[in-house]
Design a protein around this ligand. Structure first.
Ligand code: GLU
Length: 488
């Protein structure tokens, strides 16, 4: 049997470190066994998915040096590799489930489902669909469909019993079916949910081993039922530990940079970042810290994955990156430096910002310092502004942080309109509202245009700077909790 693994990111935002982590382990496992590694794009959430995000994921994985054998850009025997291009396949498979009685049309309105939830909550009962439309006969469902009533398709789930499955890292796992909802498989818009698409695709793409994050363990019973309903063998499963902060909280973009693009823009070397990801829940048999991708692949075995040790500590990454920097010869160092930021692509993004503000090239260096490197550390006094008091400054920074968390694209125009909305809510002029943001982003009250600077820095780095500004102002946890309550 040829081992086939996959990574299946959803293109709904920045290329996430977690995607690179999963890609590295899936690649290493497949290649250590002479197998193949597939990249599949899970873009069934039409509203949140974008081609731009897909492009950035592919670029980020290529930058890191994780190659895939089949994928949306390369094709392959099991394509298409974008779920949005596989709609007919899902529809056919859902039909098969309905005909065999393993799935049913559900006509319950969103209002009914909201009311049902509220009722279950009030009773302290488990939340989930109550199965009302299961009672409909085939003829009744067909008549409702003919009359044009909106519907979804849900899967049948046994009301009792235990789902048992094996996880290569965790052993036997048991989850009672009573905890499993009658999952929607096909949405009203005709698109599949993740649960249907992942099972159909993993099977049709010949995936033999699924290595993914532990947050998916609770979904396995749904998937296992689907494999059984279709009469397919379930691939082997290994749920890897989630990446965590040094305090063991989940790595999340609200608190830390998580975008691969951030690490690229900050001047990390891809081989150092990849090496560091290889230390997440894994260690070399001889415990050495520095190793290449090839060495990782050769030494890789699932047995060496430890469930406790996926702590992503930027300080340790910095140390490791320094080790790699040191090992470059002078020529390579210069090439890599040029490749990082002093290249045409990156500089061309700076030209519209600086050209009309430059008399001599030497003016340029101090002007762009905060864009290419760190800005000076912040102090509370940096935010003293005649028109705003501390409370307002804190509120502005908080509002922008909060709103920016939900921004799908990090473009100048989106950032401007976000700030305009928030300034109106606070009844401030945009110019005054922007003053503390200039300081947070550039470290100075006057700098290059704010929204263009934020767009150049990217979402992660801008967010980090805004959060650091709140820290510099000494905002306590209690204050933060109060700020969370601010009306939108
Ligand atoms: N699309 C899912 C994600 O974004 C993939 C989960 C899986 O690997 O099954 O993480």
């Amino acid at each position: 049997m040829t081992i086939r693994t996959r990574v299946a990111p959803s293109p709904t935002g920045d290329p996430h470190l977690g995607t690179a982590y999963m890609a590295l382990f899936n690649w290493a496992f497949a290649k250590s066994q002479g197998g193949q590694f597939v990249l599949r794009i899970e873009d069934t959430d039409a509203a949140r998915s974008s081609a731009a995000s897909e492009g950035r994921i592919l670029a980020a994985l290529s930058w890191l040096g994780i190659p895939w054998d089949e994928g949306p850009d390369k094709g392959g025997r099991h394509g298409p590799y974008r779920q949005s291009e596989r709609r007919d396949l899902y529809r056919r498979h859902v039909q098969q489930l309905i005909e065999a009685g393993h799935a049913f049309h559900c006509f319950c309105t969103p209002e009914r489902l909201v009311a049902l939830r509220a009722e279950q909550r009030a009773l302290g009962a488990p939340l989930g669909y109550d199965g009302r439309c299961r009672q409909l006969s085939g003829a009744q469902a067909a008549a409702r469909l003919r009359s044009g009533q909106a519907s979804v398709v849900r899967m049948q789930v046994p009301s009792e019993g235990l789902c048992r499955f094996h996880d290569a890292l965790r052993g036997e796992i048991e989850i009672p079916y009573s905890q499993i909802d009658m999952q929607v498989l096909l949405k009203a818009d005709g698109l599949p949910t993740y649960h249907l698409a992942v099972v159909v695709d993993d099977h049709l793409m010949g995936i033999t081993h699924i290595l993914r994050g532990e947050e998916w363990i609770s979904s396995v019973p749904k998937h296992k039922l689907l494999y059984d309903y279709f009469g397919w063998p379930m691939p082997a499963m290994a749920h890897l530990p989630l990446l965590r902060n040094p305090d063991h909280s989940k790595l999340s973009k609200r608190r830390n940079p998580t975008s691969i693009d951030y690490f690229r823009a900050q001047g990390y070397l891809p081989e150092a970042l990849l090496n560091y990801l290889g230390l997440m829940g894994w260690s070399m048999p001889d415990e050495r810290t520095l190793f290449s991708k090839e060495e990782f692949r050769q030494a890789f075995s699932l047995q060496r994955v430890s469930l406790g040790g996926a702590v992503f500590d930027v300080e340790k990454l910095n140390w490791l990156n320094g080790q790699y920097m040191r090992r470059l010869d002078a020529e390579a160092f210069m090439d890599r430096l040029q490749g990082w930021a002093l290249n045409r692509r990156r500089l061309s993004a700076l030209v519209p910002l600086v050209q009309t503000r430059t008399q001599r090239f030497s003016d340029l260096v101090p002007k762009v310092g905060y864009l290419l490197g760190d800005r000076p550390p912040l102090k509370a006094e940096d935010f003293a502004h005649s028109k705003l008091d501390r409370r307002q400054v804190v509120e502005i920074l908080f509002r922008v942080c909060r709103a920016a968390d939900t921004l799908a694209e990090w473009r100048q125009e989106d950032l401007r309109s976000l700030c305009k909305t928030e300034a109106e809510r606070m009844q401030l002029r945009l110019k005054d509202f922007m003053a503390p943001l200039f300081v947070a982003i550039s470290g100075r009250p006057v700098a290059l245009p704010l929204f263009a600077s934020m767009a150049f820095l990217g979402a992660d780095l801008s967010r980090v700077r805004l959060r650091e500004a709140l820290d510099a102002l000494g905002v306590s946890n209690k204050q933060r909790r109060q700020l969370e309550k601010l009306p939108l």
